[in-house]
Design a protein around this ligand. Structure first.
Ligand SMILES: *Cc1c(COP(=O)(O)O)cnc(C)c1O
Length: 361
């Protein structure tokens, strides 16, 4: 059986080296030494000035909305994981969906201004599959209308835009280190911001709002992560370059085998970026072709994922809105297996099944 993804695991003894430290210190959580070490190493690896390690990427989005004190309407993308939208609703704001660009599958900046009202306070956009949004266009619109910008950069470990980590853009960027992401800490996430003030506030928010042993600065939450999660992150980080390199090679192998031979295309990578090959996504010409491929692979024990499907405008707790490109594209995208232990013969086999299915029915 080949799954669409498989979590990366480091050598067990490398993980256990950190676990032994936890046992001898008996310090399991609450901003322990491994969490501190992981934050330092991640800052160094990703070339960031600051980063706050959190329980997960969803709490990261919620903290971002909270710290910016957003109210009213937030313009967002219907083509993302559910947490992008649910976080907005959880924070008592209203998601206003703007359609995506057909090529990049990211929020279409040309359609943002038409959706801005006097209640709009922010734009929350996802760098879909780790591919940067049109950051410059979004920054201009935000400045013109005095809106905050949050990037859900959950997929963006290792992605760069104009020579810097893509996490450095926007008022706050969030990332996920969930087990299914290319770099993970089992569960985990982080926020990044260029603002020292927001950073300080979020560091209080993640720890119940404590600003002294018995005093509180604000309504906080428990957003801190444990030494065990940091241990996984520390054990995984030395493999990050190798993971990124391997995903690129695998993606190029799929490209070689599939592109130009069957009616499929790939999302367009944004100019000025160094892409991390987070997912291998095909956009089929029709949903019927997608379903055929999905089914024939499944019969052979190969599991693909319709990601993202369906459009977030279909969630039961949001107002229905018309996003024609998203509805159309979401019905035609399929993510193929892509993970560290996937080998060349397997990619070859998966590709051949796809070619055969589309060529000969
Ligand atoms: C994974 C993901 C999240 C949520 O991250 P968790 O760490 O699982 O909470 C949010 N947004 C996107 C786009 C994601 O892919």
């Amino acid at each position: 059986m080949i799954n669409v993804t498989e979590p990366f695991l480091p050598k067990r003894e490398e993980y256990e080296k950190y676990i032994d430290q936890i046992w001898s210190r008996k310090w399991l959580t609450n901003n322990g030494p491994l969490v501190n070490e992981l934050e330092l190493q991640l800052k160094d690896y990703l070339q960031l000035d600051h980063l706050l390690y959190l329980t997960n990427g969803t709490i990261a989005i919620q903290l971002a909305i909270k710290v910016l004190e957003l109210q009213g309407e937030i313009i967002t993308t219907p083509f993302s994981f559910v947490a992008t939208t649910s976080s907005i609703v959880w924070e008592h704001c209203k998601p206003v969906f703007v359609d995506i660009d057909e090529e990049t599958l990211n929020l279409d900046p040309r359609k943002i201004e038409g959706a801005i009202t006097e209640k709009t306070t922010a734009i929350l956009a996802t760098h879909v599959y780790g591919n940067p949004c049109d950051i410059d266009a979004i920054a201009k619109i935000a400045a013109r209308h005095k809106l905050k910008v949050i990037y859900d950069a959950a997929h963006c470990f290792g992605t760069k835009y104009k020579g810097k980590s893509v996490l450095t853009y926007g008022d706050v960027s969030t990332i996920s280190f969930h087990a299914t992401k290319l770099y993970h800490t089992t569960e985990g996430g982080a926020v990044v911001t260029p603002s020292a003030e927001l950073l300080k506030k979020m560091s209080l928010l993640r720890n119940f709002g404590f600003n002294g042993p018995y005093t509180f600065a604000s309504v906080g939450i428990n957003g801190k992560n444990s030494e065990f999660h940091a241990a996984m992150g520390l054990a995984n980080l030395p493999y990050a370059n190798d993971i990124l390199r391997k995903r690129r090679e695998d993606s190029l192998q799929y490209d070689d085998m599939l592109l130009g031979k069957i009616p499929v295309r790939r999302p367009k990578i944004t100019d000025g970026s160094v892409y991390n090959y987070s997912y291998y996504t095909l956009v089929f010409e029709t949903e019927e072709q997608l379903l055929k491929v999905h089914k024939s692979l499944e019969v052979n024990g190969i599991f693909t994922r319709r990601y993202f499907y369906p459009s977030l405008t279909t969630l039961p707790y949001v107002k229905a809105s018309e996003v024609l490109v998203t509805v159309d594209v979401a019905a035609r995208v399929l993510c193929l297996p892509l993970y560290y232990s996937l080998n060349k013969a397997e990619i070859d086999m998966i590709s051949r099944y796809i070619l055969r299915t589309l060529k000969y029915g």
